[in-house]
Design a binder for this molecule. Structure first.
Ligand code: ASP
Length: 581
């Protein structure tokens, strides 16, 4: 028996017990004729105390040595209230060093001195730290509760293949050469989309999978080339059924994992989200919604507003006392290239009912009162205005709104505000390729009542597509699918596929639709992001045991890497020819 207890287990009740513990030496300190050591495992830390007989061996202990100790539990003289084992210590009678450790490259403590890159290189050491252990524990808890909930309502967990065929879902595929089929390639799934739909055709009417997905996208901060989804599909459902089911799941997760009762699960259509928040994933923890003030702001001689398609105002409550410097900072913020506004107009609605604006030359007190009335501003508030073409201005105002929300402390990390956004556009115009792309994916069904616009105004057709948003972050998305061959063929046509291309790529799916495909729909939730949100962290990396760095590299195993000439030959890849191109 290596240990009788873990290092997080012993309490004052265990006084005088003879115990055996094992773990890692976190640190040692000498105090007169005694040596103390902190023994750590994933359950906690227990203090060891070595008397005179063991002093010599104890002195030689190094950080991260793996040891086994036998001894007696005694009450500590100076108690440590911060840890659960802080009232006791082990009077060691026997010490066995199971394995010596080299001095680790950084301290294995809650606050470490190791830089990001170094910790990634020694991820197995970083993972010994409590914050990371807590993150992985939370991930485990969430995955268990997802399974419990879905199992309780008859979902089957079914695995789908990782070696598949390219499906155009917006991102680039990772491809895998096939040794047995020279010049041919598998693709790693961007999601199990077509497989889960085929499972519906097969009659497994409630499917889920906590599944790895792969997308070879350009790297952005906090994107991982492989990531995990809670992928789900249901048959004989309409949109309402799917939303209710997954509202239930998210509510269950909050209740069981965080003991938080989510009471409100509002829904908003895409058009309203864009109009009021300039975003398809609004953070509704705070107001500051958009006001379109064209009517009261135009035709007063201020050219910039007069030329604008939209003049949009938001109200920062109780901010009329902003100083010149604070206002300049906001102006600088919107002028940054990432936001791209030309300028920012403000109007202070002073406590005494007067106005002071940056455009006093063009607007008198009555004019500014009209702005305030239009926006529902009250004395003491600050009105901020951006203008230009509608879509761009909405986008810029969204960024400003979120920035102000942060500055004013309105985005409380301990408050959780979920939201469904639905009725997304079916298609999205892509400037680069000068054609429409599916906004969600090509299997998403158009809304019946919009079908007649498909030929004339394709950009206005709405889809039976929805996103689950939490605190301004999209955590999931899905749709009711097309389930008949004709509509699917029509969709491919609108996406610019020839009949032959559609058949070559998706013939299997369209054929399946001819054998009694039931109406179906589903959703996928980003599991890594969900974990980060539950853990109150911005980045997903700590919630993945072995993540890639920001350049998509695993610096610990040093991947991607070159492969041998023999392997290349076997795979029929002539890298010299590729290099020569
Ligand atoms: N396969 C979709 C995605 O990965 C989700 C879905 O439509 O169910 O975004």
């Amino acid at each position: 028996m290596y240990r009788s207890h873990t290092n997080g287990e012993l309490r004052i009740e265990n006084i005088n017990n003879e115990v055996t513990l094992a773990g890692w030496i976190q640190k040692t300190r000498e105090l007169g004729a005694m040596t103390f050591a902190d023994l750590r495992d994933r359950y906690g830390i227990t203090q060891l105390v070595f008397g005179e007989e063991l002093l010599q061996v104890a002195k030689e202990l190094g950080r991260e040595d793996v040891v086994q100790v036998k001894g007696k539990v005694i009450e500590r003289e100076s108690k440590n209230k911060k840890i659960p084992t802080g009232e006791i210590e082990i009077e060691v009678t026997e010490l066995t060093v199971l394995n010596k450790s080299k001095t680790p490259p950084f301290t294995i403590e809650d606050e470490t001195d190791g830089g990001e890159e170094l910790r990634m290189q020694y991820r197995y050491l970083d993972l010994r730290r409590k914050p990371l252990q807590d993150a992985l524990k939370l991930r485990h808890r969430l995955s268990i509760e997802v399974r419990k909930y879905l199992d309780s309502i008859d979902f089957f967990e079914i695995e789908t293949p990782y070696l598949i065929k390219s499906t155009p879902e917006g991102a680039r595929d990772f491809v895998v050469p096939s040794r047995m089929n020279p010049t041919q390639f598998y693709a790693l799934p961007q999601s199990p989309q077509t497989f889960k739909q085929l499972l519906m055709v097969s009659g497994y009417d409630r499917y889920y999978q906590i599944v790895r997905c792969f997308r070879d996208e350009d790297l952005r901060a906090d994107r991982q080339p492989e990531f995990t989804q809670i992928d789900c599909e249901m048959a004989f459902v309409d949109q309402e059924d799917v939303l209710n089911t997954f509202e239930g799941m998210v509510t269950h997760l909050f209740k069981t994992v965080k003991n938080i009762e989510l009471t409100d699960f509002p829904r908003m259509d895409y058009a309203q989200a864009m109009e009021q928040y300039g975003s398809d994933k609004p953070d509704i923890r705070f107001g500051m919604t958009f006001n379109y003030i064209n009517e009261v702001a135009q035709n007063k001689g201020f050219q910039i507003f007069d030329d604008a398609e939209s003049v949009i105002a938001i109200v920062a409550e109780d901010c009329s006392t902003y100083t010149r410097k604070e206002l300049d900072k906001l102006v600088d913020f919107v002028k940054r290239p990432q936001v791209g506004a030309k300028g920012l107009i403000y109007a202070k609605y002073n406590e005494d009912g007067t106005f002071k604006s940056s455009v006093d030359k063009f607007y008198n007190q009555d004019d500014l009162k009209a702005w305030a009335d239009k926006c529902g501003a009250k004395p003491g508030d600050l009105i901020l205005v951006l203008s230009g073409d509608k879509a761009t201005t909405q986008n810029q105002m969204n960024t400003l709104r979120l920035h102000l929300g942060d500055e004013l402390g309105l985005r409380n990390p301990n408050e959780y505000a979920p939201l469904w956004v639905y009725d997304f556009p079916l298609l999205e115009w892509d400037e680069d390729t000068a054609r429409y792309h599916a906004m969600h994916h090509p299997f998403t069904s158009p809304k019946k009542e919009d079908m007649h616009l498909l030929d004339t105004k394709p950009g206005e057709v709405r889809a039976n597509a929805y996103d689950l948003v939490l605190n301004g972050t999209e955590i999931g998305g899905g749709s009711i699918r097309i389930h008949d061959k004709e509509t699917q063929a029509l969709m491919f046509k609108h996406l610019g596929f020839t009949e032959e291309e559609a058949k070559a790529q998706f013939g299997f799916l369209m054929n399946a639709f001819e054998y009694g495909a039931p109406p179906h729909g589903g959703i996928a939730l980003g599991f890594d992001r969900l974990c980060a949100l539950f853990g109150g962290q911005e980045t997903i990396r700590d919630f993945i045991a072995f993540p890639k760095n920001n350049s998509g590299r695993d610096v610990m195993i040093d991947s991607p890497s070159a492969i041998s000439d023999e392997q290349l030959d076997e795979l029929n890849i002539d890298i010299k020819a590729v290099e020569a191109q």
